[in-house]
Design a protein around this ligand. Structure first.
Ligand code: NDP
Ligand code: GDR
Length: 326
């Protein structure tokens, strides 16, 4: 019998890569999707026929209880969230409801329906926020700097609490930024790769960005979903930092992305106050030592390869060589 897994957030970047990985491993994949007036399956178009879609929402515990009762998954990957930090400043309550309390709703549905279900929570390096320690590990104290980061700290601790209170096999992956050609256009890496390609093709004149000095530990999403899966295959649940161990400023991403197209980013990038945040996370760099030791996981894609992959993806998409990035 194939293992059954439920993925929330399956229409997102990570959901698409995780669905691919699980299907390749012979899983039966159930994808929870929220109702919208237009279909947004762009990232999973190529997998659509192999996934069972079920309607549900992290705002609605009843929907999750029904899904678990009806589909009886053995593993649940909670990837759904209001995941954009900038939006969390404008919609702090919604972000708390979805990204924070949503985790309790799904954990509680598991406790009620079948506490033997293994659970993965998509925690985030944004929980570290202000620099307290470098590099950041599973032991580094949290100091979130946005409503999103605060909500993720709640989601992380409620996962730990349900593990300890109800003996759930609940794990939390503290993932540092991970990107891909399927990244949402509002995130800085994809905003840069997409704009560089448009500028190269004469479709755009300039790119407006905020803080170019922020430093991030950027990896490839396709590598990181493997770590999510590995966490649920361990005898014991746990918390794991998933990162590359390298950090780069936004400016360097610009330099490499434009440089890959023989362009000088300084001629096109303009600083725009609208893209600065009320509180910034200046420096993130994680140590994946525990993931390496316990999960035998390591990132495979270098920073330079990631930048090239994203720019090449956008060039292919914008020049009509690809219909979609799925
Ligand atoms: P995306 O923003 O690409 O995807 C988010 C997903 O959540 C989408 O499928 C979205 O559905 C769904 N969603 C949003 N609100 C709800 C809701 N109320 N009920 C049900 N589903 C909802 O995120 P990523 O794929 O990049 O990230 C996956 C997870 O990992 C998120 O929890 C994110 O916070 C976390 N994370 C991401 C990192 C990264 O660098 N990518 C790093 C660390 C953590 P729809 O398509 O309908 O909007
Ligand atoms: P982040 O990703 O906030 O780290 O959260 P994002 O790509 O949005 O920002 C990274 C850094 O770039 C700076 N920046 C800009 N960011 C955006 N989006 N747009 C701009 O124009 C711009 N200019 C500069 C930001 O200030 C920031 O410092 C991502 C999300 O995927 C979260 O869900 C996840 O939890 C974390 O990564 C780890």
């Amino acid at each position: 019998m194939a293992t059954r897994a439920l993925i929330t957030g399956i229409t997102g970047q990570d959901g698409s890569y995780l669905a691919e990985l699980l299907l390749d491993k012979g899983y039966e994949v159930i994808g929870m999707v929220r109702r919208s007036s237009t279909v947004n399956f762009e990232r999973i178009a190529h997998l659509q026929d192999r996934i069972t879609f079920v309607p549900g929402d992290l705002l609605d515990e009843v929907s999750m209880i029904h899904i678990l009762q009806e589909h009886r998954p053995e593993e649940v990957f909670n990837l759904a969230a209001q995941s954009f930090v900038q939006t969390s400043f404008g919609q702090p309550v919604l972000t708390g409801e979805v990204t924070g309390l949503g985790v309790t709703r799904i954990l509680d549905a598991i406790r009620i329906v079948d506490p033997s279900i293994r659970f993965y929570q998509a925690s985030s390096s944004e929980m570290f926020g202000k620099v307290v320690e470098v590099p950041q590990s599973e032991e580094t104290p949290f100091y979130p700097r946005s409503p999103y980061g605060v909500a993720k700290v709640y989601g992380h601790w409620i996962t730990v609490n349900y593990r300890e209170s109800y003996d759930l096999h609940a794990s939390s992956g503290i993932l540092f930024n991970h990107e891909s050609p399927r990244r949402g256009l509002e995130f800085v890496t994809r905003k840069i790769s997409h704009a560089a390609a448009r500028i190269k093709l004469g479709q755009q004149d300039e790119l407006r960005l905020g803080n170019l000095d922020a430093q991030r530990d950027w990896g490839f999403a396709g590598d990181y979903v493997e770590a999510m899966w590995l966490m649920l295959q361990q005898d014991e649940p746990g918390d794991y930092v998933v990162a590359t161990g390298e950090t780069h400023p936004v400016r360097e991403f610009c330099e490499l992305a434009f440089g890959h197209l023989d362009l000088d980013y300084e001629q096109y990038v303009k600083i725009d106050e609208r893209f600065f945040r009320p509180a910034e996370v200046d420096l993130l760099v994680g140590t994946p030592a525990k993931a390496k030791k316990v999960l035998d996981w390591e990132p495979k894609t270098s920073f330079a390869d990631l930048v090239r992959m994203m720019v090449d993806g956008d060039m292919a998409l914008l020049s009509g060589k690809l219909d979609s990035l799925s």
